[in-house]
Each structure stands twice: as C-alpha cells, then as structure tokens.
Design a protein around this ligand. Structure first.
Ligand SMILES: NC(=O)C1=CN([C@@H]2O[C@H](COP(=O)(O)OP(=O)(O)OC[C@H]3O[C@@H](n4cnc5c(N)ncnc54)[C@H](O)[C@@H]3O)[C@@H](O)[C@H]2O)C=CC1
Ligand SMILES: O=C(CO)COP(=O)(O)O
Length: 344
C-alpha cells in the first residue's frame, strides 16, 4: 500500500509520552500538544526539563521557539510514562537499546510504541522497530514508526509538513496518525515498516554524500546525480529487505531525501560538508553537538547490503571518506564503476 490518508473520525489518544528532549523529541511533543493531546516529555537533564516546563523553551535545541503552554517535561521517567497510551521514542539510535532496558517496566501495558528515530544499530544492523520488538517483547501490531521530510526547526516554526506513520497494523498506524497531526502537520499511513524505516536511514547517508560534494565546491549537476542515483541505491537496498519500491518514492524516501539534501539545517548534510571542507571524521564528531545518525549507520548498512549482495557505490564512497581513504574531491559515485552502469 502507498500512502493512504487517515479517517478523520478516529478519536485521538489524549495522554502521550515522548522520551528524548533533543530537537526532534521536543518538536514532536509540540506537534502532539498542538494536536490537542496531553503530552509529557522526558529530558535527561533536570535543568532542561525545568526550562521546558517553566519557560516553555528548549533554548539548546530549538532557539527562539515558544513551546505550547500545555507541554510539561520531567527528568523522572515514571512521571512521564504514567498513564501514557502512546510512547514516542526520540533518543539517538545507538542509545535506544540501553534506554528501553531502563523503561520497559514503566511502559503501561497496551501502550503503542512509536519510533521517531532514523538510524540502525551498530553491531546488529537492527532497525529501531526491531530493537523495540526485541527489548519490549511486544506484538508488532503495537509498534509504529514515523518518518518523512521533517526537519525539526521548520516544523517547530509551524511550517506545513507531511509525514508517514507506518505499522504492521493499519489500525495502529491510523491511531498514531490521527494523534500526531494538527493544522501544520499532516500524517499519512502505510503498513510498509521496512521501507518507511530504511528510507529515513538511507537518506541520511546520501545527505552526507551531498554535504561532502558541497564542501568540496561541486555544483548542482554533481548533487542531482548523487540524489538520483542515491534514490536508486536506497530503493534497491530496501526492496532487497522486503520493502515496497513505492514507499521509497514517497514521503519517507524521496520526500525526506530532498529535504535533507537541500537543507543547511540537516546535521547529516552539515557533517558531510565539514568532511568535504577537509575536516577529519574525529574533528567532525567534535564539532557536531547534535545527532547526525548517518555517521553511525554507514558501517551497519554496508554490512546489511553485503549480506544481500546489494551494490551501494555512493554509501561505500561515503564510508571511504569517513575512513580517510578517499579524498572528498574524488567522490563521484555515478562515474566510478568499471562496468558500464545500468539504469538512469
Ligand atoms: N532533528 C530532526 O530534524 C529530526 C531527527 N530525527 C531523528 O530523531 C532522533 C533524535 O534526533 P534529534 O532529536 O534530532 O537529536 P538531538 O541530538 O537533537 O537530541 C538527542 C537527544 O537525546 C539525548 N541523548 C543523547 N544520548 C542519550 C542517551 N545515551 N540516552 C538518552 N538520551 C540521550 C540528548 O540529550 C538529546 O536530548 C534521531 O534518530 C534523528 O535521526 C528524525 C526526524 C527529524
Ligand atoms: O531526518 C531529518 C529530516 O527529515 C533530519 O535530518 P538531519 O538528522 O540530517 O538533521
């Protein structure tokens, strides 16, 4: 199924919890609160929880944004999770498993679990919904993922945006979509969790490549070539794992690829640009004070690709630039293969 609009008569759930008060967790809390829900946000640092609850600001992650009056935050997981009908997860992907181990006893029975994250786990290659299923032992029908062209700061400024809520259960996807929508945020649904999730992960890797060539100083032809061939790479990879090709042509694939590759707000794009300007991987990590998921997803994605025999020339070259074995100016994925490339 491709994106399907939701039934407007579904009643939204009212009490929801969001774990992770970075730029996306805080923005998603605003989306949910502006949709009429009672939202509790978990922040690791008590001073951040206080700032959000008292000043309705998150000045570290969303400077200049006024948060809804109804939004409250706490550093106490049990306070945030108590009575939650839906739990949205927005911590860095590499930290999800350890956090689920801490919260699993606190999540109310029957709560829906929604991943807002766009990474895969190093070492296991697991998608975030897979980590959730493994650690919480819940039925897949209780798990959903959110994805799409969703740069946090633009949404926090209430710029109109669409997203996809995906679950193996259409009913769950619909419940989440109806909860997570408001006058500036429109949620569609599908049941292709694999395609929706991989779309969000893979576009980050292509955005790193775009940042690299931007940093080098190459222009629009190079970038359009990488975006177009990148989408083919994203689609081949995802389909090999069971995704539907049309999901990658939708909001969670092409849509997010465009947003992330075009925007200077993107952390993945920014990390790539620094690499292209000649900074080493370790220098880039030091300069980034927010999560750039693409950097930690490169290796597990290439391992997964190898396991299915999928060729990923662009992602492979990003890995080489990260390792310092390929000069950024030599990244030209559509030109590198010895064989005449197939496709267009
Ligand atoms: N920022 C954006 O525009 C969007 C981000 N995402 C995804 O959302 C996820 C979260 O990203 P952001 O909020 O943007 O990152 P961020 O860097 O802005 O915030 C990450 C949050 O996680 C916390 N954190 C860091 N390490 C932690 C740990 N070990 N345990 C618990 N909490 C920890 C940080 O204190 C911070 O509150 C990522 O997977 C990202 O790909 C998805 C869509 C849009
Ligand atoms: O996922 C995003 C936009 O949809 C955010 O991209 P970055 O993580 O690169 O900032």
């Amino acid at each position: 199924m491709s994106n399907v609009d939701v039934d407007p008569d579904h009643a939204p759930a009212r009490r929801v919890a969001v774990l992770g008060a970075g730029s996306w967790g805080t923005t998603f809390s605003k989306i949910l609160a502006d949709g009429g829900n009672d939202v509790a946000l978990w922040a690791r640092r008590p001073e951040l929880a206080r700032e959000i609850s008292q000043s309705k600001r998150n000045s570290d992650y969303l400077p200049g944004i006024n948060l809804p009056r109804s939004l409250w935050a706490s550093d106490k997981l049990h306070e945030v999770l108590e009575g939650a009908e839906q739990v949205y997860l927005s911590v860095p992907s590499q930290a999800l498993r350890e956090n689920l181990r801490i919260v699993r006893e606190l999540i109310p029975e029957d709560a829906l679990i929604v991943s807002l994250m766009k990474g895969v786990e190093k070492g296991t290659g697991a998608r975030m919904s897979e980590v959730i299923l493994q650690e919480l032992g819940v039925d897949p029908s209780r798990v959903a993922v959110a994805s799409g062209p969703n740069l946090a700061l633009e949404i926090a400024k209430e710029q109109p945006t669409a997203a996809v809520m995906s679950s193996a259960s259409l009913e769950t996807a619909t419940t989440v979509a109806v909860t997570a929508r408001n006058r500036y945020f429109r949620s569609f649904v599908n049941t292709d969790v694999i395609g929706t999730e991989f779309g969000g992960v893979l576009k980050n890797l292509i955005a790193v490549a775009i940042g690299i060539v931007d940093g080098v100083g190459y222009g629009e032809n190079t970038k359009a070539s990488i975006i177009t061939r990148g989408l083919a790479e994203m689609t081949d990879f995802s389909v090999a794992f069971g995704a539907r090709a049309e999901t990658l042509a939708g909001l969670a694939g092409l849509g997010d690829l465009i947003a992330t590759c075009e925007s200077s707000l993107s952390r993945n794009n920014t990390a790539g640009r620094l690499l292209g300007q000649g900074y080493s991987f370790s220098e880039v990590i030091k300069q980034m004070n927010q999560t750039a998921e693409g950097l930690s997803s490169v290796a597990p994605i290439l391992e997964l690709a190898l396991s299915k025999g999928v060729d990923m020339p662009i992602v492979s070259q990003v890995a080489e630039v990260l390792a310092g074995t390929l000069a950024p100016r030599d990244i030209a994925p559509h030109l590198t293969t010895d064989d005449l490339p197939q496709g267009e």
